[in-house]
Design a protein around this ligand. Structure first.
Ligand SMILES: Cc1cc2nc3c(=O)[nH]c(=O)nc-3n(C[C@H](O)[C@H](O)[C@H](O)COP(=O)(O)OP(=O)(O)OC[C@H]3O[C@@H](n4cnc5c(N)ncnc54)[C@H](O)[C@@H]3O)c2cc1C
Ligand code: FES
Length: 419
């Protein structure tokens, strides 16, 4: 029996030592796991922070996606028909800059209207860190339809919109802008409210002390609609590189030639004849359709190369570029093949006809309701999925190959559209 006691003692010691070792190993492992877990958490956190920083940096560099809320800071009447609206972002985050000449796209909730309304307005001030500015002219009924409803959004902005209200705004966009890297002389041709992007271009250059030669040819009816009259006179007096030539087509009794305006009548390209031989000149046109066509065709007739002429249409395009004419003619020839346009959701098949300018017009004439905003290929509101077939878009309207901007697109084959 005596020999059993030491054996039992040894066994107990081994057991206790084993348990101690097991406990130490488990604790050590748990500690390691804990450290690893903490490391993992720390590295995840670090990644998250890095990602967040990167996201913030990118957001500051890039304009935003979709609509962003802006507060109407103030509204200033510019003349009897137009007002300027100053906008600041509701989130107080930095304002991305823009190229002078570009526009903003807005979504308005107009009282009494069930659906929001989308419109584009050009930025009318130079780029700055504090605000965006647009200038909106009341749009009257067409002269041949005086009883038609007056322009919805332009009257809402001029008569109802108030400081403090919040509106949805897409980031600055558009392909009509001045290349700030160039130094060549420019001619800005503005008809009526087409002065807005020109004002932005002028202010962008002069605020940056650019020595680029700027000639502004501004055609309008009379002093009641002379938007930016005082500002332009001030700038022309202050900066030698800005020259302005103003035409009044319908001066009122108190309008003085030489004081309020330079020449009576309509602005045409003929006035530019003495300078047109300068090959480095570039031309920027914006105004009502007749003004734009007159100036564009006049410049082409005087031998100005099409590439030197840039223009912005505030509504359905009125100019057919000479360099696009072959392509457009090609489409017209093809369209005599009676393309069949299928609007799948509406379950309607319609034969395309040249009497329509675009697919939106075709749809509306056949009582297919499509969304639309600018009707000039700028805002994207009328975009539809192109399920089958091929369409032709003008140069400035950017659409993916499987999409179709119906307000400017014409068919190049039979089509299936998701509408
Ligand atoms: C890129 C771009 C930039 C622009 N920049 C500016 C700018 O800086 N400043 C500016 O003032 N505008 C600008 N515009 C024009 C602007 O977007 C609007 O088109 C303009 O304000 C008219 O919109 P509205 O809602 O007032 O008129 P809408 O209600 O769209 O009416 C347009 C016209 O149709 C007529 N009309 C309405 N209903 C009928 C009907 N049932 N039958 C017959 N006729 C009818 C109206 O009387 C009006 O003449 C720009 C447009 C684009 C595309
Ligand atoms: S309505 Fe704006 S792009 Fe067609």
């Amino acid at each position: 029996m005596d020999y059993l006691l030491p054996i039992l003692g040894t066994l107990i010691c081994i057991l206790v030592f084993g348990q101690f070792c097991w406990w130490t190993a488990v604790t050590f492992q748990a500690h390691r796991n804990c450290v690893n877990h903490l490391d993992q958490r720390q590295s995840q956190l670090r990644k998250k922070i890095d990602h967040q920083f990167r996201k913030t940096e990118t957001a500051q560099e890039k304009p935003w996606d979709g609509f962003r809320k802006f507060i109407v800071k103030k509204i200033i009447a510019e003349d009897e028909k137009s007002s300027s609206v100053y906008l600041v972002p509701e989130d107080r985050k930095p304002l991305p800059t823009f190229y002078a000449g570009q526009h903003l796209t807005f979504r308005f909730q107009i009282p009494g209207k069930t659906k929001p309304v989308v419109r584009c307005y050009s930025l009318s001030d130079g780029p700055n860190e504090n605000y965006y500015r647009i200038t909106v002219k009341r749009c009257p009924p067409p002269s041949h339809q005086p009883d038609a409803p007056r322009g919805l959004v332009s009257h809402y902005i001029n008569e109802q919109l108030a400081a403090g209200e919040i509106i949805d705004v897409k980031a600055p966009g558009g392909s009509f802008f001045l290349d700030p890297a160039k130094q060549n002389p420019i001619v800005l041709l503005a008809g009526g409210v087409g002065i807005t992007p020109m004002m932005s271009i002028i202010l962008a250059l002069l605020n940056a002390n650019s020595k680029r030669q700027i000639l502004l040819v501004y055609g309008l009816s009379n002093s009641t609609q002379h938007t930016f009259k005082n500002k332009l006179s001030e700038l022309a007096a202050q900066f030698q590189n800005l020259k302005a030539l103003t035409f009044y087509s319908n001066p009122i009794a108190t309008d003085q030639q030489g004081t309020d305006y330079d020449l009576p009548g309509y602005a045409t390209a003929n006035i530019l004849e003495p300078i047109l031989s300068n090959p480095s000149l570039e031309f920027y046109i914006c105004g009502p359709p007749p003004f734009m066509s007159e100036i564009y065709n006049g410049l082409i007739e005087h031998g100005v190369s099409d590439e030197k002429i840039h223009f912005e249409a505030f509504g359905p395009a009125s100019i057919k570029r000479t360099r696009q004419q072959t392509a457009v003619t090609g489409a017209d020839d093809q369209s005599t093949q009676h393309y069949e346009i299928e609007f799948c959701k509406s379950n309607k098949k319609i034969t395309w006809s040249n009497e329509f300018e675009n697919l939106l017009e075709l749809a509306e004439a056949n009582e297919i309701e499509l969304e639309s905003g600018c009707r000039a290929g700028n805002c994207g509101t009328c975009e539809l999925d192109l399920l089958e077939g091929d369409v032709q878009h003008p140069d400035h309207a950017k659409a993916n190959t499987d999409k179709c901007l119906t307000c400017v697109a014409r068919p190049k084959s039979n089509l299936k559209l998701e509408a």
